[in-house]
Write a protein that binds this ligand. Structure first.
Ligand SMILES: [Zn+2]
Length: 378
């Protein structure tokens, strides 16, 4: 049996050539590619493990004339063969090298496993660690700064829209807004309402307590409690900093790391850029649930009946024309039955306060909305 080796001969010690090695009873017989033959007697051979991974088998020898030979093979069958040699010294060396090789192979498997583990941990970090980074970054943004950043986002968003800041429609919405806010307990934010004359059925919260209502929404609500519920829900998104978290999440790891280290420099651009995408902002199911439960609590504090609020979504869900029109609020807030169940559960839990109706002329408000603002149906 011949085994393939890499051979460094004394006549060319820097470059190797291929050689075949055969084992006789007393020596290794080496035959190079160029058909030169060298015989290395066992007693002149030192057999060790070597090579870059320390897993190859190495034969070194110095001849009587002081010439150095070096041979190396990765063929493990060579060691297996030597372990059955008739020469006890060779047999012993071979068995110990075999054991050494197994140990080495095991530990290199362990280390490649640990490389995989580290890699998976890194991927895990990128996904779940992202949430940690977002939370950590958020803790570096004081509420006052978040409020200013939200102002930047909102002014960027409002740029292209007509804002309504006075008149009967504004007054009606403001009246409901103020009642809802009376249910807020201990919030660091100063909430601000923006009414934009856009025939889209939507309402949304920008970071820092800024809530936008589109006039299109007003055409679809049937009582002030419905609007109150929607406003309370949006206020809760702002209160729980959901929008800010979403923006930070979209920012990428680099910005988050600099935020964690207290560098707030990139925030202004980040929040300005988000202005254009504000109406696409949608939240996780968990965020929606949080906003709903906070809203119910707020409404009850303000003595507004929370049970009238899910009816709005229920009605929307039945209206196929609305689904076809892809109304924003419908798509960013799924009108699921689950939602209604949760709201009902929360609203009927514990002591029910005495609800107080809104002191406004609802019919007149509806007339003003129809007359003064564009309808989503137009
Ligand atoms: Zn929501």
């Amino acid at each position: 049996m011949k085994y393939k080796f890499e051979f460094f001969a004394p006549w060319s010690p820097k470059t190797s050539c291929a050689a075949m090695v055969e084992v006789s009873s007393y020596s290794f017989m080496v035959e190079t590619e160029g058909h030169e033959t060298v015989e290395i007697p066992f007693e002149r051979a030192r057999i060790t493990r070597g090579g870059f991974d320390s897993l190859s088998t190495v034969i070194e020898s110095v001849s009587e004339n002081g010439e150095k030979y070096y041979l190396q093979t990765g063929d493990e069958r060579f060691i297996d063969f030597l372990a059955t040699s008739g020469n006890p010294a060779i047999r012993k060396t071979a068995s110990s090298l075999k054991f050494q090789g197994q140990k080495k192979r095991f530990s290199s498997t362990v280390s490649s496993v640990s490389v995989v583990v580290i890699f998976l941990a890194l991927i895990y970090f990128l996904f779940s660690g992202m949430d940690y980074l977002v939370e950590k970054s958020l803790s570096h943004i004081p509420v006052s700064l978040e409020n200013k950043l939200g102002e930047i986002t909102i002014s960027e968003f409002i740029k292209g829209h007509k804002q309504i800041t006075s008149g009967p429609v504004f007054d009606g919405v403001s009246h409901i807004w103020k009642r809802v806010l009376s249910g807020v307990k201990d919030s660091p934010f100063e909430y601000k309402l923006y009414l934009v004359d856009v025939p889209v059925m939507n309402a949304m919260a920008a970071p820092g307590g800024h809530v936008v209502v589109f006039t299109g929404l007003l055409h679809k609500i049937e009582n002030p409690e419905e609007l109150a519920g929607i406003l309370a829900h949006e206020i809760q998104h702002a209160h729980k900093r959901h929008g800010t978290k979403s923006i930070l999440k979209s920012a990428g790891i680099g910005i988050l790391f600099s935020l964690v280290f207290g560098d707030l420099g990139g925030l202004e651009i980040l929040f300005r850029d988000f202005g254009a995408k504000l109406s696409e902002l949608s939240y996780s199911r968990e965020n929606e649930r949080e906003a709903d439960s906070g809203a119910v609590e707020m409404l009850m504090n303000a003595r507004i009946d929370p049970m009238k609020f899910p009816a709005f979504f229920k009605r929307l869900a039945k209206d196929e024309s609305i689904i076809q029109k892809k109304i924003s609020i419908f798509f960013t807030h799924p009108p699921s039955e689950e939602r209604e169940t949760i709201i009902t559960k929360l609203a009927t839990k514990g002591e029910k306060p005495e609800y107080k109706p809104f002191e406004m002329n609802w019919k007149e408000f509806v007339q003003d909305v129809k007359r003064k603002t564009a309808s989503p149906e137009d």
